[in-house]
Design a binder for this molecule. Structure first.
Ligand code: FMN
Length: 356
């Protein structure tokens, strides 16, 4: 079979990606207390590089020891031991001609105070999601409204974590601005009712993201990538559209495009769903207003869907197919019939069962 667009190279800054396929970020909750993932979780990532993925994203790494963590067993990147644990993983991924990008985030109003040493939840406003926390079976606690001190402190956490990733040799950093976590809490008026410089207009709601991007950019060398992930949905109250309409989304993408980032990763529930009541997809309405490379994710599970998604994006990311099928990239290359996996099947990610 002709390799086609999927297996053609793509240039991002000084980095040539060998194809258009990446492993989407996937939290595994595997750390036993030192905020270092289990060895089999590391090996899982290396196997995806060996199978041909051009980009391997890590799970979302929490950015501080105060209030960033939302799920048990998450990883951090601020101690020498944490850095040393990732170094051989990054090298093994690079040996396959792939690149490794560390995704970093703060859970914001989705944090779980009991597993954060400071026992705190912080967010732009004192608003909780409507649904209960499936991890605790309880409502999410009402967050403390972030002060300027909190804002500055959290930004330092992002920069320190990015420094750790660079020290471990990562090719890039992704700032997680999607899925209802802290940065997304600021971006969306569903969770941001501030009346200061961080709330109100789209530009004001974007200010926190801007400050995080600037701080992270400062600590990463020019030859590394900086990507930003964004979505119109969050993991709690999933049915809610976090942005009002297409114009609001495009205004945000415009602001992002002025930042010194190298790609925008758009996370959709399904890559081809029509967005904001228009007849166009998230990738299409994003493309209308940016020249930056676009990554798209959401139900890309076989060669046909990958090819289709690449008509409006530059790179496709896959999560569940990558998780459950260690040969996914090669199966896409050969055009094999492949299943669309469910979230229930993906729950195996959170067990201590090593994945293939
Ligand atoms: C087990 C699992 C863990 C995930 N963890 C993260 C994460 O840490 N960061 C993130 O941005 N998205 C995360 N996601 C969302 C995926 O990256 C992706 O956007 C979503 O699963 C849709 O893609 P898919 O249809 O290919 O699975 C996770 C998804 C799964 C299944």
């Amino acid at each position: 079979m002709n390799d086609g667009i999927i297996f053609s190279p793509f240039q991002v800054k000084s980095i040539t990606l060998k194809n258009r396929i990446g492993v989407a970020p996937m939290t595994r909750m595997s750390s036993s207390g030192d905020s270092i993932p289990r060895q089999d979780v590391f090996e899982f990532l290396i196997r995806r590089a060996k199978n041909g993925a051009a980009i391997v994203y890590t799970e979302a790494i929490v950015t501080d020891y105060e209030s960033a963590q939302g799920y048990p067993g998450q990883a951090r990147m601020v101690t020498q031991r944490q850095i040393e644990s990732w170094r051989p993983v990054v090298r093994a991924i690079q040996k396959e001609g792939s690149i490794a990008i560390m995704q970093i985030f703060h859970c914001g109003r989705m944090a779980w105070p009991d597993i954060n040493p400071a026992n705190r939840v912080i967010a732009p406003s004192a608003i909780t999601p409507n649904q209960i926390n499936p991890m605790t079976g309880e409502p999410y606690p009402v967050p403390d409204v972030m002060t300027q001190f909190d804002v500055d402190h959290v930004i330092v956490g992002f920069a320190e974590t990015a420094k750790g990733a660079i020290e471990a040799g990562f090719d890039g950093i992704e700032i997680h601005g999607a899925h209802g976590y802290l940065i997304n809490n600021f971006l969306s008026s569903y969770s941001n009712e501030r009346t200061d410089a961080y709330g109100g207009s789209v530009e004001n709601r974007f200010r926190f993201a801007h400050e995080v991007i600037q701080a992270v950019k400062k600590v990463i060398p020019d030859d590394r990538l900086l990507t930003f992930r964004i979505s119109n949905w969050g993991v709690a109250d999933m049915e809610v559209s976090l942005f009002k309409d297409k114009d609001e989304w495009q205004e945000l993408i415009n602001l992002l495009s002025k930042e010194s980032i190298d790609a925008i990763s758009v996370s959709a529930y399904c890559y081809k769903d029509k967005a904001f009541g228009t007849d166009r997809s998230m990738a299409q309405i994003t493309r209308e207003v940016t020249d930056l490379p676009i990554m798209i994710c959401g139900q890309i599970y076989d060669r046909t869907s990958a090819e289709d998604a690449l008509t409006d994006a530059d790179i496709v990311l896959s999560a569940k197919s990558m998780l459950l099928n260690p040969n996914w990239v090669e199966d896409v290359r050969s055009g094999k019939d492949l299943p669309l996996y469910t979230s229930e099947e993906a729950n195996v990610a959170y067990t201590d069962e090593p994945l293939p």
